[in-house]
Design a protein around this ligand. Sequence first.
Ligand SMILES: Cc1cc2nc3c(=O)[nH]c(=O)nc-3n(C[C@H](O)[C@H](O)[C@H](O)COP(=O)(O)OP(=O)(O)OC[C@H]3O[C@@H](n4cnc5c(N)ncnc54)[C@H](O)[C@@H]3O)c2cc1C
Length: 532
Amino acid sequence: MIRIDGITVRAGESPDFVKCAARALRIRTEDIKKVTLLKHSFDCRKKPCIYQVYSLGAEVHGDEERIARVCRNAKVKVVQAPVSSLEDMLIRMGVPFNVMKGKKVAVVGSGPAGLFAALTLTYLGAKPTVIERGSKVDERTAKVERFFAGGELDKECNVQFGEGGAGTFSDGKLNTGIGGGMAAAVVAEFAANGGGEELKYESKPHLGTDVLPRVVTAMRRKIIAGGGEFYFNTKVTDIKVCANKLTALELEGEKSGLLPVDRAVFAVGHSARDVYEMLFARGVKLEAKPFAVGVRIEHLRRDIDFAQYGIENASFPAADYKFAMQEDGRGCYTFCMCPGGEVVAAASEEGGCVVNGMSRRARSGENSNSALIVTVGPSDFGEGALDGVAFQRRWERAAYAASGGYAPPAQLLGDFKAGRVSTCLQNVTPSCRAGYKFADINDCLPPYVCKTICSAVDVFAKKIPVFNSYGSVLCGVETRTSAPLRMLRGKDCNSSVFGLMPCGEGAGYSGGITSSAVDGIRVALACAGIII
Ligand SMILES: Cc1cc2nc3c(=O)[nH]c(=O)nc-3n(C[C@H](O)[C@H](O)[C@H](O)COP(=O)(O)OP(=O)(O)OC[C@H]3O[C@@H](n4cnc5c(N)ncnc54)[C@H](O)[C@@H]3O)c2cc1C
């Protein structure tokens, strides 16, 4: 395939890609067999003139190398066709299929890491048992909706726990800092499982919480078709170890009992505090690691869009932003931005209040929100493996006490800076469907975190002036940004107990949906002795 980069048109124009490719390659349109869209992004650097930039993949009649050379275009090169699925990537890697036939392998957790580990294992010939403490995604969605409407928190099935993992109620952003074929295979697999072809070429692909359930369901069906099975409403509560080798998992719930295993991929996510405690008690090596805590900040979507595009245009996608700054050796940054999204009550533990953000595919909500978080580390909370968990819990409880429940404490940014409880809203209405309660968020986070947030909003307002407006709404607390510890593992992905394979975000080896899925593939391959 010949890749052509840098095809630029004014936003709103619909280019004829065959003509564009023919022009770039200096050949006739009849000489082009097929054109595939490889990348699409918006260029807002000359706002209010907004451009769309495309990369195309052309299949041609004739010698690709010669055509690419003769056209003398620096933006043209011959490339391999992009991977179309996880299976395609494994074939290209030359992975021996079926090497794990007959092995007893369990995958604990059905988040992105667990699902991709399980799917990879089916190609390797294992018939993995996926153990998930929460319910199937449809049942889970109903439970979460009840919780948002004021119902009780289900400690086993909520925004953090249940089929699809923490990302099911999310914006479903799939862009990641890690490039390469594995991330592309993950995105292609999501696209093939109902996510939509555009995931493969959008520069910042996102699934949306309304699309995620069907993608997760399709992936479950594929794993089952490959020989895997799922135990829902069942959690791992203990491990059995003999001569430092994992031999069985103790299960509680619908499928309670002992499950003998040769290998178990532990993809339990960053909220499985009971698993952390159990592994610590069993002597599995864990170590505290830095993470970040803070708030969600909400603005009107149209204000953010206007700031980013410089014009109002309803046909443009909801705009995003990404900011970072350093003060006194501490980083403060925006994270998991949800354009046109909503703030969600994301608790998984009784008596603790946590927020996060999600959006639907259309990103058409009234507000845009983002986490605004500050790095914290063992020097703040202690070197003990579980000290970060205790730190998170302390501030989640403070938020719960401040708001009197799982609906988050909320405050206008101007009042947060002044340290007083808000009494009325200005132009931004909090989007959290679980509700909100005015309280002073300064009581819900360490003072150094609040101080850094106050400085950061002024810095970020240099890019988006509305960012630090008095009436921007803060909700708290955002504590589940990444794992507060790492489950130590070697190059072969074994923990200090052979056969127990830490995986994904909860183990401290990834952050976000795509990188967690990539880690799932990596650990599944390591189960077969394939180290990448
Ligand atoms: C509201 C929200 C919005 C987010 N938005 C985005 C986004 O837009 N883009 C992005 O990249 N990331 C986003 N994230 C983060 C992303 O969801 C995580 O990075 C990702 O899900 C981590 O994948 P994982 O498989 O490692 O863990 P998880 O997705 O957390 O999955 C762990 C699974 O293990 C299960 N489990 C835990 N303990 C046990 C046990 N003892 N027995 C059995 N099962 C167990 C849990 O129920 C859960 O299903 C968001 C997170 C949240 C909460």
